[in-house]
Design a protein. Structure first.
Length: 66
């Protein structure tokens, strides 16, 4: 099985890869906000930021071999 990230359209003649579509604008905005915060307050603790991703079903996954 093959999976990807971004949910992009495949080139003509290729199967659609099963992938996760991620919110690039939200990720970029969160990263910039976090960078500014770290510059202004360098001793603040680290943070983990989670964003939602959307499953884009495709033709590139299969059940495990027997």
């Amino acid at each position: 099985s093959i999976t990807g990230v971004d949910g992009l359209e495949p080139p003509p003649g290729f199967p659609r890869a099963t992938s996760m579509r991620v919110p690039h604008v939200q990720i970029g905005s969160s990263a910039l906000t976090r960078l500014i915060n770290r510059i202004e307050r360098p001793t603040n603790p680290r943070r983990k930021i989670l964003v939602e991703a959307e499953l884009v079903p495709g033709e590139t996954i299969a059940p495990p071999r027997a």
